[in-house]
Every structure is written in C-alpha cells, then in structure tokens.
Design a protein around this ligand. Sequence first.
Ligand code: ATP
Ligand code: MG
Length: 229
Amino acid sequence: MPLERVVISLGGSILVPGEGDAEYLQTLASLLARLAGERMLFLVTGGGRPARSYIEVGRALGLDERALDEMGIVVTRLNARLLLQALGPKASPSVAESYEEAEEAGTRHPLVVMGGVRVSLTTDGVAAELAERLQASRIVNATSVDGVYTADPHRDSHATRIDRMSYEELAVIAGEPTGLAGPSMVFDPHAVRVVKRAAIPLIVVHGRDLASLEGAIVGGDFVGTSIGA
Ligand SMILES: Nc1ncnc2c1ncn2[C@@H]1O[C@H](COP(=O)(O)OP(=O)(O)OP(=O)(O)O)[C@@H](O)[C@H]1O
Ligand SMILES: [Mg+2]
C-alpha cells in the first residue's frame, strides 16, 4: 500500500516570529522527522514577518505587486532552507521550487520542503495545489491561531473558535483574494477553492502547539478546526 501523503502549510508567522525561533525550529524538526517515514510529509513554508518587511519597503519604493511577490517568494524559500537545516537526513536536501520537483523528491525522501512557486499565489495556495496534485490525505495549516474563528480573534475579542465547518463556511470567512502581495489571513481564499474541489480535508491548528500539530498530522486528536464537506 502506498504511504499516506500529508501536506503541511507552515505559516511564517510561527516559524520566524522572532520569539524562541531556533528552539522552536529544532523541536518542530524533531517532531516532523519522527513522523515522516510512516507517512510522507510535504512541508510548505510561508514568509512571515521578514517577507512582509521586504514587501512593505518595496511597496513604499513603488515596486508593483508582481515584483513584491517575487521578493516574498525568495523569503519563503529562505525559511524553507532554514527549516531544512534542522530536519536531518530524512529530508530531501534541497528546497523544491516546483510541484514536479517536490513530487520527484518524494520518491526518494519521506520529507520534502518547499516555499512559494509563482507570483499571485500564497504558500497556502501552494500547499493546496500540491495536495491536489498528490491526492494527499489531508492538509494541515499550522498558523498563529488555534483554529478558525467567527472573526479575526486578534481584532475581535468576541470571536469564538469553530471546531468543525464546511468548505463553504470557510470560504465565507476567508473572503475574496486581495490581489496584494503578503496578505495576512487564516487560510487563503484561492486555497479554500482548491481544497474544496479536490475534497481534501483541511485542519487548522496553532503551529506552536506541537501536540495538536502531531494529532492533526497523524489523524488523531487536536485543538483546532476541521474543515470538510
Ligand atoms: N476568522 C479568523 N480565524 C482565525 N484567524 C483569523 C481569522 N481572520 C483573520 N485571522 C488572522 O489570521 C492570522 C494568521 O494568518 P497569517 O497569514 O498572519 O499567518 P500565516 O499564514 O501563519 O503566516 P504567513 O502568511 O506569514 O506564512 C491569525 O493570526 C489571525 O489574526
Ligand atoms: Mg498567511
């Protein structure tokens, strides 16, 4: 039987927020290396604060959204490279730059890391498109919030977490794509459309809650939100 494939969108917001990053990356890498092998893990790293700093300065300099996205992609690949250093020998040794490369690397290693692939596509979008291509069992979105809320919990103190919802409900919360580089949102609207058409279960957990991240990856218990049909 072929191994189960799980795609994980690792938000830059949890990889490099500037708080205990090295310690976290080391612990995260040990967890992922332990879980890979029994299943295949495809990791897609986001850009986080570093990407948004470059995008902000570039935008002030008058660069267009395309050029800003290109810079953002470089930062997501830099984050991928940083994580790769901590992952050890189970991981494919270089950052995949396309879905073809990622799929090919997966034939030799149970752990594959990539960042962005093209302009106008967030790394949540990359995770969704890769999962569709690989017919992954599920996508785990590891981000800076412990699930999908009725509204942005960092802005609305009355927002409550929803444990289970449909793709349609998530599409309403995710809203419309902004068309701008470096958007901040719980899961990208384009990515929602892709997981819906591919009918791939999506789980949103706080990426720094490693017990929940593990539960989500292996199909066990977690604190977070389950999205499905
Ligand atoms: N309905 C919602 N439920 C949960 N979080 C929400 C919601 N709406 C907006 N958010 C915000 O989305 C943020 C997570 O998205 P963000 O894009 O900032 O991080 P990321 O995707 O993990 O990292 P990156 O985009 O840098 O790779 C949360 O911290 C939260 O403030
Ligand atoms: Mg994001």
